[in-house]
Structures are given as C-alpha cells and as structure tokens.
Design a protein around this ligand. Structure first.
Ligand SMILES: Cc1ncc(COP(=O)(O)O)c(C=O)c1O
Length: 421
C-alpha cells in the first residue's frame, strides 16, 4: 500500500511522526480515538495563503466551522487571521479566544434574532445577510439597539463549483444567498434602511473545490455587480470571496494557492476594495489525523473487515459524503502483508465505515492506525451517537504536544439530564 505523508506527517524509522513526535508515543500517553493536529502545518498554510495575495489589500477570516477548537482558532488569530463564524456558539468561541469583534464576520442562512442581536451588540465587522427578510430584521434589531449594523449581501452567483452536491452552495438551486437582481434591488434600498450600512458583497460557492475556474467565473459576476453599484453611486468597501479551496485527500489534482491568486488578482486589483477570504479546509484538512486502534479483524463470507475503536460519530465524512481518507499504520513493519478490507467502526449502522474495499497493511488487535486528512470537518461534526464519548484533541508543536480538548468523560454524557422522571 502507499502511504500519504502531507507536510509535518512523515515516517521515520518505521514510525509515523507528527512534526517531531512519534504518533505512537502520543497514543500510548492519551489513548484513542484522538484527533492529532500539527500547529506548524496550520501556520504555514495560513502564511502561504496570505503571501499569495500580498499584492492586494486583503483579510483572511479563518472559517472556524471547519474546526472550532479554541486553540485552533487561537493558532490562526495569533498570526493575524480574522474569524468567520456561522452561529452564536461559534461567535462565543471566537470571543472567548479574545478575538477583536472587528476581526469577526458572521455567516449563516438562518440566523436567529438572538444571533443577530449578539452580533450587533458586539459590533462585529460585518454580518452577511442572505435574504430580504433577514435584512429587514437586522435593520429592526439594530434600530432597537440604537446602532448601525455593517452588512454584506451574500450573492448566489449560480456557478457550478463541481464538487459534492452536499457541499455545493453557489448554484441557483441551493438555499444560499440571493440572486444578483435581488442583490441590486436590496443594495438600492440603502437609504430606507437607517440602521444598516451596506459594506460589501459576499459569496461562498462551495467546499472542496479543486479547480480555479468556478472561483474566477463567480468573481467576474460579482465584480460586474460591484461596478454597476459604483455607477449607481453605491461604493462597497469589500468583496468577500468565501472559502472553498480544496485539499488533496486521495489523488485529486488540486491547485496551488499561488495559481489561485494569479488567476484572481487581475480581476480583484481593478475593484479598488478590500478582499476577504474565508478558508477552512485548505488551512487545516491535511494538518490533522484521527488516531484509532484496531479492535478486531474478521471475515464475513469472503469479505475482510477491520473493526476499529473510532466510528462515524467521531468522523462523519466517509458516511455522509463517501469521502476518501487514507488509512495507514502508525508503526510500519516489514513482514506485513496487504489485504483488501472494509475499515469500520463499532456503531450499529452499516454506514459506519471509514473505507470500503481498501488495500491496507494487515493490522492486528491493539495496533494504531492513522486516518489521514482529518483536520477539517472532523471533530466539529462529531456526536455522541450510540452514547459514545467524543475523542480528545491534541495539538503538536515541534517536540511537544498539548491536549486541547480532553476526551469526554462518562459524566459528560449525563450532565444535562440531572433528574430521572
Ligand atoms: C460561508 C462559508 N464560508 C467559508 C466556509 C469554509 O469553506 P472551506 O472549508 O471549504 O474553505 C464555509 C463552509 O461551508 C462557508 O459556509
């Protein structure tokens, strides 16, 4: 079998390392399942993105829905990132980390009044509105607080991001944003909306996008809109390009962020406004693994199964998107043979799998496996299904690691059900 070694994850003396630490050592200290992240991977990816757009005024807002651990958010904000939040909970996380509200923007197709109120009270840099009704509600809430809310309109540019249908968000059929005609109409209502200041225009066409063209097509549509508004005397401060830049999970040919910048810069330079980006996956997917332990090898009829101690409740992506993750031993051995097996968890669903018909090195009871590329949309989608405790999260920095979220205790499973009826 082939081993996947993204930056900061590599084999040395037959041991998988995260940065300068053998993963086996972490496993023996804290057990499994556990998410293990490389801090320096996160930092390098952020700097690479930032550097690629240095010719224009831009701000990166880490999309913390992809991994909302407080220490992960802090890793990015410590090096200058803003934060894109998608709920009251994510906003409270960013505030807990100490992020300046002027570096926080809020997304969400269905924000509640409470979420909008909190965003206005905290003076966030910008709220992205996704419908006419939402704009009126923001105006009303801002008026009741005697404040002016800074608002961008999320436009749905009707562009095919050529990604999994569940993570495509910029097609006319998707629930997100408003069409360009409606956006124009809404921007022109500025003078009637006394407690809103329209500051920008926003898009997010999907996730795990591996071609530059959909971004260019969408940016063209939005820049035409910006120019049209300019000719109407409406000057916007920013264009928000959203997130969506893809990562390599298997053998997808993704684009380099430098090529992404080269394709967009000629267009963006003409706009004379600040450009925002909201990457999530690109910054973190390959900076994390899910560590798991082999429980059993079994054969059903002619089929091999490797049953491991993590499950769909820990990492949902294979079950819901049929997503591919490399799975490889933490310790390599010369005498292993490769087998073809399904790698499955203990949950009582046939959808509880990490890989199907996968060629994998034979691994025995008690050995650890690394499920690669698990930094993004892993832990934030974890649940307590089957009353399983959510895993620990660990951040490695060079030779050291910190537990940035402990494994849930059994008490945690019961704490919000204090009384029996
Ligand atoms: C509005 C918005 N911005 C940014 C992102 C981050 O996307 P990605 O992780 O693909 O970069 C998402 C993800 O769904 C999103 O909905």
């Amino acid at each position: 079998m082939e081993y996947f070694e993204p930056d900061y994850f590599h084999y040395k003396n037959n041991q998988l390392y995260c940065e300068e630490l053998p993963v086996q050592e972490i496993a023996e200290d804290i057990g499994s399942p556990a998410y293990i992240y490389s801090k320096n991977y996160f930092i390098d990816r952020y700097k690479e993105f930032d550097e690629a757009f240095k010719e224009i005024k831009h701000t990166i807002f880490y999309a913390c829905k992809s991994n909302f651990n407080l220490s992960v958010i802090k890793t990015f904000t410590d090096i200058g990132s803003g934060v894109d939040v998608n709920s009251e909970g994510e906003l409270l996380r960013a505030l807990k980390v100490g992020v300046d509200p002027q570096k926080i923007i809020m997304s969400g197709v269905g924000k509640t009044s409470e979420e909008i109120k909190l965003a206005i009270e905290k003076d966030l840099l910008m709220i992205k509105a996704e419908s006419e009704e939402e704009i009126f509600l923001i105006n009303e809430i801002a008026a009741s607080l005697n404040k002016t809310a800074r608002v961008a309109i999320r436009v749905n540019p009707d562009v095919d991001a050529q990604t999994h249908p569940y993570i495509s968000t910029g097609l006319a059929e998707n629930k997100f944003g408003v069409d360009t005609e409606t956006a124009l109409k809404l921007f022109r209502k500025q003078k009637d909306l006394k407690n809103i200041k329209f500051t920008g225009i926003d898009m997010h066409i999907g996730s795990q996008i591996i071609k530059v063209e959909p971004f260019v097509e969408a940016a063209k549509k939005l820049s035409e809109l910006i120019l049209q508004l300019k000719s109407d005397g409406i000057f916007l401060e920013h264009l928000d390009m959203g997130g969506g830049v893809g990562s390599t999970y298997n053998n997808e040919k993704t684009f380099a962020v430098k090529d992404f910048a080269n394709a967009l810069l000629p267009l963006l330079k003409k706009l004379e406004c600040d450009v925002f980006f909201e990457p999530g996956r690109y910054l973190i997917a390959n900076g994390g693994i899910l560590l798991t332990k082999v429980l059993y090898n079994k054969k059903n009829h002619d089929k091999n199964f490797i049953v491991v101690d993590s499950a769909m409740n820990d990492l949902l992506r294979p079950s819901i998107y049929s997503a591919y993750h490399h799975i490889q031993p933490v310790v390599l051995k010369n005498n292993r043979k490769d087998i073809v097996a399904d790698i499955v968890g203990p949950v009582c669903e046939s959808g509880d799998f990490f890989a199907k018909k996968r060629e994998i090195a034979q691994s025995n009871h008690g050995e650890y496996l690394a499920i690669m590329s698990a930094g993004a949309y892993g832990m934030p989608m974890a649940s307590n299904y089957n009353s399983r405790r959510r895993p620990a999260e660990v951040l490695v920095d060079g030779k050291n690691y910190k537990i940035i979220r402990s494994r849930e205790t059994f008490d945690h499973l019961f704490f919000d059900e204090p009384e029996l009826i």
